[in-house]
Structure formats: C-alpha cells, structure tokens
Design a protein. Structure first.
Length: 305
C-alpha cells in the first residue's frame, strides 16, 4: 500500500503548488499506474485518518482550507465560459496556413480560470513551416490589441511535425502534455502523443480525441502551395532569424511580458517555446521542495522523487 500512499501524496503535492485541490477521480487519473478502486479508497481513508490529507467537500488537499475549494469551484465556473471563447478562437487558428493541430494549454486546459487568465494555445505545424505559420498568426494577433483581446491569443508554444518529441522530460512537461485539450487536427495530435509516450513514466496512458477536423479553405491551400518551395524555405529561415534577434534584444534589455515575467524564448527550426529555466524550473523546484517536506513528516512511506 505504501506506493499508493506516496503517489497520492505526490499528486496532491504537485497541485498544491497551484492551490488546486482534486477529486478522488482526478487523483486516480494522475497516479503513475492504475490501482484497484478498493485499494485506492482504503489508502485515501488511511491518509485522512492520519490527517496527512484533508477532504473539503468533494475535494482532497494537503491543506484543510475551505477557501481552496471555493477558489476551485469559482475557477471551474469561469473556465466553462472561457472555454467557449477558446473553442471559437481555435477554429479560427486552424484555418491558418501550415497549421496541423490546435490545442488549448495552460490553466484553461485544466478547467481553471481566474479574472487574469489568458487563453493559451499549443500549435503543431507542418514540417519546416513553423515560422511562416507562426508569423501569419502573430500578425493577426496584432489586430487583437486594437480590441484589447490579446490575452485570447497567447500562442507561445509551437512545434512542427519533425520536432514532436518534447526534450524536457519531467513532471511539469508531462502534466502539460496529458492535460492538453486538442481542438483540431486529431491525426497529427495522435502522432504527438505517440512521440511522447515517455509521459507514462509519470501518468497513466490517456487517450485523446480532437473536437474538430482541420478544413483548409481555398486561400489557405493556395498559400501553402505557393510557399512549399525554395522561396518558402528562404522565407522560413529569414523569419526564424528575425524573431530570434528580436527576442534576444528584449532579453538583453530585461523586458517583461504582460504577467511580469522575463521574456526568454527558445528558437529552433522545429520549435518556438519559452525557455524552461524560468517558469518550468521554478515549478519543478517547488515540487521537489514539497516532496522533501512530505518526506520529513511521512517517513513511513519512504517517498522518493
């Protein structure tokens, strides 16, 4: 039973970073292996009796705070409304040239939103056309500033069909992958999940299905045809280098994003993504700290990272 006990604590510890309590079904979903329901229930009961975890309404947490449950319920309700907008935007983004899959990511993919939440997207593009696709989409995003809706178009993470395997293999990236909400591009997204089968080291295997199929309109197909050429290769490389120079310049000036974080992006022919040494590393360190704290108070369970 010790393995289940420690895995339950570790799962709650990760979400504790975000002050997000879980239901029993969610705890089981995020455990690294399937468990018999009866054994799981007995493990939860034991942790409750020992006051290692607490039940707040339908939720479980390492902290006995009603405010956590209230915050989650409010966040889930806000997410329901914001997801409707996100689905409409995802449909629009799916029309752009060389886009193969559009997914909702970030806190909204976990069904949570607060008053400051953005709509984050994870985009997969055709091979060797990431920077053309990204540039078209970000030119369109400029228009959203006129309406004050730029937070609806946070397209910060792109990969192409060659760079599907995520290099940073850790609990943070695994969590982000298994909680993605694919909106369009089912076939492409399935290949992405297969390329990242390593996530089963952290969570049970999960099957996904996209909500809609990509339907390329005539203008999109025509643009793709024109840019699948040597000229397109030249444009692709130029756009990547141009963006790289701009980001490096912003980093040197210590420019901050809309949330006060340092602007630091990584550039490659096959990906465009935030530098992991900032937010990602911060979360992992915080998670490790929580695990070590639990280790001190739960020596019986012999918890390991």
């Amino acid at each position: 039973m010790n393995n289940i006990l420690q895995n339950i604590l570790k799962t709650l510890a990760y979400f504790d970073i975000f002050n997000y309590p879980l239901t029993d079904e969610e705890i089981m979903q995020f455990l690294p292996e399937k468990n018999i329901r009866l054994l799981f229930d007995k493990s939860v009961e034991k942790l409750l009796e020992e006051k290692k975890i607490f039940k707040i309404g339908e939720f479980y947490s390492l902290k006995n705070r009603q405010s956590l449950a209230d915050r989650r319920i409010d966040g889930n309700n806000r997410a329901k409304h914001l997801l409707k907008t996100a689905r409409r935007i995802a449909k629009l983004l799916a029309y752009f040239p060389f886009v193969e899959s559009v997914c909702i990511s970030g806190s909204l993919s976990k069904n949570f939103a607060d008053q400051k939440s953005d709509i984050d997207f994870f985009i997969i593009t055709e091979a060797n056309r990431l920077w053309i696709a990204r540039s078209f989409m970000h030119l369109f995003k400029k228009l959203s500033y006129l309406a004050g809706r730029q937070h609806w178009f946070c397209m910060n993470y792109y990969i192409d069909e060659i760079g599907m395997e995520i290099v940073e293999k850790n609990i943070f990236t695994a969590m982000e992958i298994v909680t993605l909400k694919p909106m369009y591009g089912q076939a492409c997204f399935k290949k992405f999940i297969e390329a990242n089968s390593w996530t089963t080291n952290y969570f049970q295997k999960t099957f996904f299905s996209a909500e809609g199929q990509l339907k390329k309109v005539f203008l999109t197909r025509w643009m793709e045809k024109c840019l699948r050429s040597g000229f397109g290769d030249t444009v692709e490389k130029w756009l990547m280098n141009l963006t790289d120079k701009r980001w490096k310049k912003k980093a040197r000036k210590n420019r901050l994003n809309d949330h006060g974080g340092k602007i630091a992006m990584l550039v490659s022919p096959h990906f465009s993504k935030p530098a992991p040494e900032f937010f990602q590393s911060k979360i992992i360190k915080e998670y490790e700290l929580r695990i070590h704290e639990l280790l001190k108070t739960n020596r019986l369970y012999k918890m390991e990272l």
